[in-house]
Design a protein. Structure first.
Length: 305
């Protein structure tokens, strides 16, 4: 058995010419994993469109219905930053389904990776920062409601604070939110995660990895989660347009190995999502997103999962 991976052709939806969100990266990531021999076609699982009731475990029915039907007002759409279309609404739901499926497979196999996800700026009643529905929060709630897990640890290493996720679970002891992010960056108003580690601009590989190592092992012991949801944002890279940290490709790969080996060695199942990444050089960006899948594949075989 090889590492379970999640992908759907509908992870891509058309955007206007010149839009700054790199939508094509999802298909290119799938193709790169196959081309580089990191994955075989049979490793990929296709998610389904989740029932709207699942999305409404986190988001208000009014917001879910308005978004899915295309009746969201223009101000709310501007806050999201992506122009509405039926294809984008479908893509949004399918990507949520992908993270749910990755989590279900992680519980069975120990480790699984989505090739999308990480929409951590989505709040219960509105979207923000290219995030429409919060796949991490929905996944935690769906699996809890099914009774297959109780305690969840969300490890959010995107360069931006997981503000939507933090607010959703602020009063909830069953989901622990850990966000390690650049302090002087979007969002301007931060929420309160269970553990926030704000980082100075320009932080490089070694300092970043040492900071992470000083928190993660203790956190796992303290929280003792049934599942870890890992948001592996690569906008921490020195070449990222929206980043402000200075990690290299090697640093990001070391980070993925560090997170996954720390969790898996202690017996905690991990579901990975790719999080943010924004760069003019799309090929380099897609490679950076592939690092979590490369590391996961290595760890999967190393620990005989």
């Amino acid at each position: 058995m090889d590492l379970p991976l999640i992908y759907h052709p509908d992870y891509i939806a058309p955007l206007p010419e010149g839009h700054r969100f790199p939508m094509s990266k999802f298909r290119q990531l799938y193709e790169l994993l196959l081309t580089d021999g990191i994955a075989k076609p049979q490793q990929f699982h296709a998610p389904k469109h989740p029932p709207l009731e699942w999305i409404e475990l986190v988001h208000t029915p009014e917001y879910v219905q308005a978004y899915c039907k295309g009746t969201l007002d223009s101000k709310a759409q501007r806050r999201i930053g992506l122009p509405w279309s039926p294809a984008l609404a479908n893509r949004t739901c399918i990507a949520v389904g992908g993270t749910i499926l990755a989590a279900q497979l992680a519980l069975t196999h120990g480790l699984a990776c989505n090739t999308a996800g990480g929409t951590h700026h989505a709040f219960p009643n509105y979207g923000s920062g290219f995030c429409i529905f919060n796949d991490l929060a929905i996944t935690a709630r769906v699996l809890q409601s099914m009774g297959v897990i109780q305690k969840v640890l969300i490890v959010d290493l995107d360069v931006h604070q997981g503000d939507g996720t933090a607010l959703i679970f602020q009063e909830d002891q069953s989901v622990f939110t850990f966000s390690m992010h650049c302090e002087i960056n979007f969002p301007g108003t931060k929420q309160k995660s269970d553990l926030d580690v704000p980082l100075p601009e320009g932080m490089e590989d070694d300092a970043y990895l040492q900071t992470l190592a000083s928190y993660l092992p203790d956190l796992l012991s303290q929280v003792n989660p049934d599942l870890v949801l890992y948001d592996a944002g690569v906008d921490t890279h020195l070449a990222d347009r929206l980043g402000k940290l200075s990690l290299t490709d090697t640093g990001i790969y070391r980070r993925e190995m560090q997170v996954l080996s720390t969790c898996i060695a202690k017996g905690y199942p991990v579901a990975c999502v790719i999080g943010g990444g924004y760069a003019d050089d799309l090929k380099s960006l897609v490679y950076r997103h592939s690092l979590v899948h490369r590391a996961a594949s290595e760890i999967y075989h190393q620990y005989h999962l």
